[in-house]
Structure formats: C-alpha cells, structure tokens
Design a protein around this ligand. Structure first.
Ligand code: ADP
Ligand code: MG
Length: 464
C-alpha cells in the first residue's frame, strides 16, 4: 500500500510542480506527505496551521483536487497536521491496511511512465470471494483475463454500488499484467476521466495532432477497461467518440470491458448506435450477496485484515446483515474491530457486534442510504433548537458544545465515513472529533438519560 501511495504521490508532485509557481510549490506543496487512503479521500500531512489554511483556499484546493482525482481517482483530500500524525496512525492501525481502501487508478499515463503494475494490488481474483450471486461474472472475467479478445467481447458488467465491479476490472488488469507474455497494452480508465480527456483534446483541436494523439492513445489499447460508463450519458459527442474507439478496437478483436450501474437497454440517453453495440456482447449483473456469499466474504476479510473475532461471530453477522453491499459490509467489519480494540478486548464478541449494529441503525432493517451528514445536522439542530451554523461553528458555550458532540458521535456511528471527513464538516482537527465521539460514546454507556436522548434523535433521523 505504502509503495502504491508513494508512487502515485510522486506523479502528483510532478503535476504540482507544473501547475503551481515554483515559490508556491516549494513553500506549500513540497512539504505535503501522503499518509493513507480513507474511503474516497487521500489523507495528507501538513507541517502547520498556516500551510493547512493556505492549501484549503479554493485557488490551491481546486487544483490539488483535480490532480489527486486524476492520479488516484479519489474525490477528495484531507489535511492533517504533522503533530497529529502519530495519533492518526495509531487510530487507524496503519500497519494493517484498512478495508476501506477503494482506489481506482488512471493507469494510462502511469503505464507509460513507470512501467510498473498500476493496478490496486488488493483487487485480485484471489481476494474476490465467489458465491452464487457473482459466480457467473467472476467466471466471465477470468475467461477474459486468460484469453483477452477471444471470448465475451465486449464484456458488460452491471450492478449496484459496492458490489465489486471496480474490483473485478482491477483483477483482470492485475491478472493480465502478471501473466503477460505478449506485452499487451492494458488501459484502465474511469468514464469521468475519459470524458475529461476527450474535452481536453477537443479544446486543442485547432492543433490537429492533439485529437490524433487522443485517438492513438485509446486505439492502441489491447484491453480497454472502462469503469462506470454511466458518466457518458447526456454527452452525445463523447459517446460518438467512444463509439468509434469501440468499433476500432472491437473490429481488431481487442478486448473491451465496461461497467455500469444498470443494463445498457436501461440507459435512456445512450445513442441507439452505442446502445446496440454495447448490447451485442456478454452482459452480466452482480447482485447483492446472499447469506452464503456474505459469510464467505466476512471470513475472507477477517483473514485479510487480521481482525480478531470470536468463533461464530462471522455466522451471526452474515445472518444479521441481509440486504447489504460489500463496501458497507467492510465498513461494519472495520468498525467492530475498532470498537473491540478501543475497549481493550483481544477479540470482538457478540456484544460489540450488537453495539455497532444498533448504532449503525441495522442497515438491514432500515435503508440508511438516505441518511447523510446533512440529515443528521438538520435533525440535531431541530432537536436542540440550535441554528445549523452554530452547530458546525466555533461557539463554545455548553448549550452548543454538547449537541455538537452528539452530532459528531451520530455521524461517526450512523454513517460509514472517515473521522477526517467529519472533521472537515465541523472544521476541526482529528483529535477534537475523536474526543467528542469518545465522550458521547462513554456517556451513552454510563448514563441512561443520555442513551435515551441519543436513541430519540436516532429515531428521528431514521424517520426523516
Ligand atoms: P463497485 O465498483 O461495484 O462500486 P468495488 O469494486 O469498489 O464496488 O467494491 C467495493 C469493496 O468491496 C471493495 O473494497 C472490494 O474489494 C470489495 N468487494 C466487492 N466484491 C467483493 C467480493 N466478491 N469479494 C471480496 N471483496 C469484494
Ligand atoms: Mg466502482
């Protein structure tokens, strides 16, 4: 993981040096260090408050974001003071990479520059648990990886979020990379990056070679892995362009693999030509895991992450967590592990599981996807009759501090978002967030009135 972070970060630094003046670069950008990836954020350390506030200003932030997006395909970054680094490492147990590392990679440039395997090393076929809900697509992906361009071309994978589409694309990439005998050119790109790339090329069209460069780049692929094609909708011109690339590759038996959150026939804004092209291949969905698959996934993650769970807990969890996607499942496993570690336990037991599930609102009972940071802020602000600005603001009187801490605790326990993201919402550093969360967690355990109050708010949040 560290190696991956460093490699991608080196590319980012290179981009920064081109985007920023040399003074800005050496003053503000060069001291940054990558620490971790938490869900969709890159965690970076900064030396001091001044650097942090400077880099959070839009003129810096926007450029940094677009580079991080391009190199790591993450949607955000979080700055943590150097002085808090040790605590962060302890909290996240960084020696064991977290289950939430969800990384997509724009491999095209990487491949050309570094010639190192650019695919996420954790997203392999070996780490992909096969069950009844995904065995067909797994078999198809393996066949494609073993003989690209020969079978199932194009391969179209569809399914809801967090069910393993990106994992499978990377697994194909990793497999071909490792077994490549013929030096195949494997390209992985998210659809968003493809669209951006196209726009950039169009902007430069008066210099004709640029468009040519764009065509050459994509048409040179032996295997084109394109993730989340839904982003091409409504972009007629980009679809046209993709259609031509698709045809060129398809006609020369190059392998194309596409992911999407629904079937091509269900995409309303896809041009007819592209729709029928996509529909001519092998189309297969991934569904939410059933009991057996959930159990296997839980066991695999416990093994991979080296979590300590008491015997039988895997069964109980698989039973309790019906209707869940795998990303959510990973979040819950991590939370249980973390809870147990916080309480100094050697292994997580049923009690911890119950505690986490009840704070989580038992995803299986109530779809929590509609609950987000904003819902929680709204409900807490209404409940205590405090303006939202004050809730997330800097006032320190007791009437505000406590609701704020409750709000932080609720975000942590109801949502699977990193503490650092909560910190950003409240414009506070990591330690403050940890302090607030732990304080309320303790009170919920020891003071029945606080427990009742928190439960009351949770009910209101769920009924939103
Ligand atoms: P999607 O692209 O469909 O939104 P991802 O491929 O990003 O989903 O998967 C989300 C998380 O779940 C990743 O960490 C991935 O490794 C994990 N995951 C998904 N399916 C499986 C599986 N069958 N076995 C093991 N891990 C899985
Ligand atoms: Mg994905």
């Amino acid at each position: 993981m560290q190696e991956y972070l460093e490699k991608q970060w080196a590319e980012c630094m290179d981009d920064f040096s081109k985007e920023f003046s040399s003074v800005s670069y050496s003053l503000w950008l060069s001291p940054l260090q990558p620490l971790n990836i938490e869900e969709d954020n890159l965690i970076l350390t900064v030396p001091n408050e001044l650097a942090k506030s400077t880099l959070e200003r839009p003129n810096y932030k926007d450029k940094i974001l677009s580079i991080i997006k391009k190199r790591f395909n993450l949607s955000g970054f979080v700055l943590i003071l150097d002085s808090l680094k040790e605590e962060y490492i302890k909290e996240y147990n960084l020696s064991h990479p977290s289950a939430d590392e969800i990384i997509d990679i724009n491999t095209i440039e990487n491949k050309q520059i570094t010639k190192q395997n650019p695919f996420n090393p954790r997203y392999t076929f070996e780490n992909f648990v096969v069950g009844t809900t995904n065995q067909v697509i797994y078999a198809a992906c393996r066949a494609v990886a073993e003989q690209p361009g020969k079978r199932f071309n194009p391969l179209f994978i569809y399914g809801g979020v967090g069910l393993g589409k990106t994992h499978l694309l990377h697994a194909i990439g990793n497999y071909i990379w490792e077994h490549k005998t013929q030096n195949l050119n494997i390209m992985y790109i998210t659809c968003q990056d493809f669209c951006e790339d196209y726009l950039k090329a169009v902007k430069k069209t008066n210099k004709n070679d640029d468009m040519e460069e764009f065509h050459k780049k994509y048409r040179s692929a032996d295997v084109l892995l394109i993730d989340d094609i839904q982003f091409i909708e409504k972009k007629k011109k980009t679809q046209e362009e993709f259609f031509h690339i698709f045809n060129t590759l398809y006609q020369s038996d190059k392998q194309i693999i596409i992911t999407r959150d629904c079937q091509p026939k269900d995409i309303p804004t896809l041009t007819e030509r592209l729709r029928s092209r996509l529909a001519c291949g092998f189309i297969q969905d991934i569904q939410k895991p059933d009991f057996e698959t959930r159990l296997l996934i839980i066991q695999k993650k416990i093994e991979l992450e080296e979590y300590s769970y008491e015997p039988g807990l895997d069964y109980s969890l698989a039973e309790r967590l019906a209707d869940i996607n795998i990303r959510e499942l990973e979040g819950i496993l991590k939370k249980i592990h973390f809870y147990a570690a916080m309480h100094g336990m050697k292994e997580a037991n049923k009690e911890v599981m119950e505690e986490v599930l009840s704070s989580q609102g038992e995803l299986n009972k109530k779809k929590s996807s509609s609950i987000n940071e904003q819902t929680i802020i709204d409900v807490v602000s209404n409940y205590f009759n405090i303006p939202k600005d004050d809730l997330v603001g800097r006032k320190r009187n007791k009437e505000i501090v406590e609701p704020r801490q409750i709000c932080i605790y609720l975000m942590w326990s109801l949502l699977t978002i990193p503490l650092a993201t909560i910190g950003q919402t409240f414009n506070r550093d990591h330690t403050t967030i940890i302090h607030a969360r732990d304080k309320i967690m303790e009170q919920v355990k020891t003071s029945p009135p606080t427990k009742k109050l928190v439960d009351d708010i949770i009910t209101k949040i769920k009924n939103q």
